[in-house]
Write a protein that binds this ligand. Structure first.
Ligand code: HEM
Length: 208
């Protein structure tokens, strides 16, 4: 779970940083999109490194879901009879929300690929103009609203996820506990605020 989570964390962080190119205008954004398809050429053929990244991501998502189900099963077996009164001691609000934030994110990613990668659910999709796809896409208020809600789900998921990841890596020393929590909050805030800024700046007409 930690290993696949680390790969997915690395992806969302670099994806958000890459998408900041939106603020540099259409040329910069579209050049970045072209770079993703051309990276590794001429040594590797067109899109081959992109496909390696896609397969790695998909494998990580699959491993993450399978280990999440195993973890949930293990938890239930450890305590098959429900407590009469539930009083959480060590588990945080975010830890308990993994159960719903995970499926929301999975639904978001499926929709997001059909929206901005294949264009199946985008009314004016142009495969050669990622910048316009983003602007036209986020000009639809309910699309922007969905992205914002999904990013809040991502935030809940990441705070607990990053914290658990560092615990699994052996940083579960109470001396570093406060530092680890602060780090989890800081990286999550960077990803969530960065991602939410894209639909918000289009809706406000700052990016057009
Ligand atoms: C508001 C936030 C986001 C924006 C503006 C955004 C933007 C984009 C764009 C423009 C593409 C298409 C890139 C291209 O065709 O060159 C894309 C692809 C993708 N995004 Fe996002 N994204 C956001 C959030 C996320 C999040 C949070 C995730 C994962 C949890 C994610 C996962 C993906 C995946 C898996 C692809 C497909 C990559 C591929 O196969 O080519 N995105 N995104």
């Amino acid at each position: 779970m930690a290993l696949s989570g680390a790969v997915l964390f690395g992806f969302v962080m670099t994806h958000m940083i890459g998408n900041l190119k939106l603020y540099q205008g259409p040329e910069a954004m579209n050049a970045y999109a072209r770079f993703l398809r051309e990276m590794g050429t001429p040594l590797f053929s067109h899109e081959s490194l992109l496909w390696i990244a896609r397969v790695t991501l998909l494998t990580s998502v699959f491993a993450h879901i399978v280990t999440a189900i195993q973890l949930a099963k293990g938890n239930r077996q450890a305590r098959p009879i429900d407590y009469k009164k539930t009083q959480y001691v060590a588990s945080s609000y975010a830890a308990r929300t993994m159960v719903w934030s995970g499926p929301i994110l999975a639904a978001f990613v499926i929709y997001h690929i059909m929206h901005l990668t294949t264009g199946w659910v985008h009314p004016s999709f142009n495969p050669d103009d990622v910048y316009q796809n983003l602007v036209r896409g986020f000009q639809v208020w309910y699309v922007s609203a969905f992205y914002i809600v999904a990013m809040l789900g991502l935030g809940y998921h990441m705070i607990h996820g990053v914290w658990s990841l560092l615990q699994s890596l052996g940083l579960n020393n109470t001396r570093y506990d406060a530092l680890i929590r602060r780090f989890a909050v800081a990286v999550t805030a960077a990803v969530v605020v960065g991602n939410i800024s894209f639909p918000v700046s289009v809706m406000l007409g700052m990016v057009k």
